[in-house]
Design a protein around this ligand. Structure first.
Ligand SMILES: Nc1ncnc2c1ncn2[C@@H]1O[C@H](COP(=O)(O)OP(=O)(O)OP(=O)(O)O)[C@@H](O)[C@H]1O
Ligand SMILES: [Mg+2]
Length: 418
C-alpha cells in the first residue's frame, strides 16, 4: 500500500505530440483513483508512465516519497491489469495466477505460492476453476484470473487500464461491484482508467477528469457532480448529460429559448460582472412536470414552457426531449463542446427525466418546473462555472475523505482479525 505522487508530469511522444500537459495528482494510501476522459485524452499514457512502460518527458513521479522516474517497471513493484487480460493460454488458472510469484525466482516457497494462489482464488471465486485453461472460461472469469495475478504478490498499487471494456453490459456491472469490494477489502492504492463516467462515479474515491492531456478537475464523484469547475466536467459527468441552454443575462433575469427565470440573489450577485450571453446548465433530473408539483412547492421554483418532441417511458421514469432554436453562433459552440465530450451530437434539445406520474406525451406543451438554485451558469468563452460554490466543494471533499478513512479503518480492522 503506497502513496503515489505526480508532480507536473509532461509527456511528449517521439513525434512531438503533447499527450500530457503538466498534470499534478496526489494519490493517498489505499485510495481508489479514477482517470477518466474521452478517447485520446491521455489516460493510458498517464497510467503507463506511472507503471514505467512509458518514459516521463518532464516532471517527477514519486512512490512513497521516492523519485522513480528512472526505475524499471519491476523495481516500481506495481501490478497492472490490462484491457485484454494477457493470460497464458497453455497454463491453468492456478499457474496463471501463480506466475508473478514463480517469476520472482526463489522469493516464495512452493507452500507459500499455493497458499497465496488459493487465497486469491477464494477472494475472486475461482476455486472451482483452478485446473482449467483460460480458453474455457467466460470473459468475466478471465478478467478475474487477470486480477488474481495482480493480487497474489504484495504490489504497492494496482493499476487498471479499462479492464471491463471487453465485457458485456451485465457482466461489466457485476465485475464493477466485485472490483469495488476487492479494493475495499484489500485497501490497496488503485489507479483505474476508464472512459465510462458511470464506472468513474461508482468506483472512485476520487476522479481525475482529463481533456486533451490537461487535468480539468480532481475531486470526489459528488463534488464533480455538484460543483464542476467548467462546462467540460459538467457535461462529462452525469447521465443523461447536463442540459446546456443559451441564455441572455438581462434585467436581473436569464432569458432562455423556453422563457425567462431568476436565480437566487447570491447567484445573481456572482453574475454581476459576467458577459451578457451565457450558458445555463440544468441536469435532466432537476426538471419536473409542473402539473405533478404540489402547490406549496411550485411557487418556490421557476417554470419553462416547452414543446415535447419525443417521450420515452422507462417504467420508473419518463424521458422527455424538447428541442430549441439557437442562433448559429451558439449552435456552433454547443456542437463543438459536444465533440469534445464525445457526445451524441444532439445539444440543441433539452432532456428532462420526469416522474412517471406525468401524463405528457409527444406534441404536448409542458410546463417544466425546476429549482433555480440548482442551475449552474457558465461563461461560454472560457467554460468557467461562474456559480460554483467553493465552500460547498470543500465541505463535500472533506466528507468524502472522512468516509474513505472510515472504510480504510474497517478494512484494516478486518485484516487484523482475519
Ligand atoms: N506511441 C505514440 N506516439 C505518438 N502519439 C501517441 C502514442 N501513443 C498515444 N499517442 C497519442 O497520445 C494521445 C493520448 O493517447 P492515450 O492512448 O493516452 O489516450 P486514452 O485517453 O487512453 O484514449 P482511449 O480512451 O482511446 O484509450 C492520443 O492523441 C494519441 O494519439
Ligand atoms: Mg487508453
Amino acid at each position: 500500500m503506497s502513496v503515489i505522487e505526480l508532480q507536473n508530469i509532461v509527456k511528449r511522444y517521439g513525434d512531438g505530440y503533447p499527450a500530457i500537459s503538466d498534470v499534478s495528482l496526489s494519490i493517498a494510501e489505499g485510495e481508489f483513483v479514477i482517470l477518466v476522459g474521452p478517447s485520446g485524452s491521455g489516460k493510458s499514457t498517464l497510467l503507463r508512465m506511472i507503471v514505467g512502460l512509458e518514459d516521463i518527458t518532464e516532471g517527477d513521479l514519486l512512490i512513497d516519497s521516492e523519485r522513480v522516474n528512472d526505475s524499471a517497471p519491476r523495481e516500481r513493484d506495481l501490478a497492472m491489469v490490462f484491457q485484454n487480460y494477457a493470460l497464458y493460454p497453455h497454463m491453468t488458472v492456478a499457474e496463471n495466477i501463480a506466475f508473478p510469484l514463480i517469476l520472482a525466482k526463489g522469493q516464495y516457497s512452493k507452500e507459500e505460492i499455493d497458499e497465496r494462489v488459493s487465497r486469491a482464488a477464494e477472494l475472486l471465486e475461482l476455486v472451482d476453476h483452478l485446473d482449467r485453461k483460460p480458453a474455457h472460461l467466460s470473459g468475466g472469469q478471465r478478467q478475474r484470473v487477470a486480477m488474481g495475478r495482480a493480487i497474489v504478490r504484495d504490489a504497492k498499487a494496482f493499476l487498471f487500464d479499462e479492464p471491463l471494456s471487453n465485457l458485456d453490459a451485465k457482466l461489466r456491472i457485476q465485475m464493477r461491484t466485485e472490483i469495488a469490494r476487492m479494493q475495499r477489502n484489500l485497501a490497496v492504492t488503485t489507479v483505474y482508467v476508464t472512459h465510462d463516467q458511470t464506472e468513474a462515479m461508482t468506483l472512485g474515491d476520487k476522479v481525475a477528469v482529463l481533456k486533451k492531456g490537461v487535468l480539468q478537475q480532481y475531486a470526489s464523484p459528488q463534488e464533480l457532480y455538484d460543483e464542476p469547475v467548467n462546462l467540460f466536467v459538467a457535461g462529462f459527468i452525469g447521465s443523461p448529460p447536463m442540459n446546456f441552454l443559451p441564455v441572455e443575462n438581462r434585467d436581473g433575469q436569464l432569458h432562455s429559448p423556453f422563457g425567462a427565470f431568476s436565480l437566487p440573489a447570491a447567484e445573481r450577485e456572482k453574475l454581476r460582472e459576467a458577459p451578457r450571453y451565457l450558458v445555463a446548465g440544468i441536469r435532466p433530473e432537476c426538471f419536473r412536470d409542473a402539473a405533478t408539483v404540489d402547490e406549496e412547492v411550485r411557487g418556490s421554483g421557476a417554470v419553462l414552457r416547452a414543446e415535447v418532441d419525443v417521450t420515452e417511458w422507462l417504467g420508473n421514469e419518463v424521458y422527455a426531449y424538447l428541442p430549441f432554436e439557437a442562433e448559429p453562433g451558439i449552435r456552433k459552440a454547443l456542437e463543438e463542446l459536444d465533440r469534445d465530450l464525445d457526445g451524441e451530437g444532439t445539444r440543441t434539445q433539452v432532456v428532462a427525466v420526469l416522474d412517471p406520474l406525468t401524463t405528457v406525451r409527444e406534441g404536448d406543451a409542458i410546463d417544466l418546473w425546476f429549482d433555480p438554485a440548482k442551475v449552474m451558469v457558465f461563461d461560454p468563452e472560457t467554460g468557467e462555472n461562474l456559480t460554483r460554490d467553493p465552500e460547498n466543494a470543500k465541505r463535500l471533499s472533506e466528507e468524502s475523505e472522512a468516509a474513505r478513512r472510515r472504510a480504510l479503518e474497517r478494512a484494516r480492522a478486518q485484516q487484523t482479525e482475519g
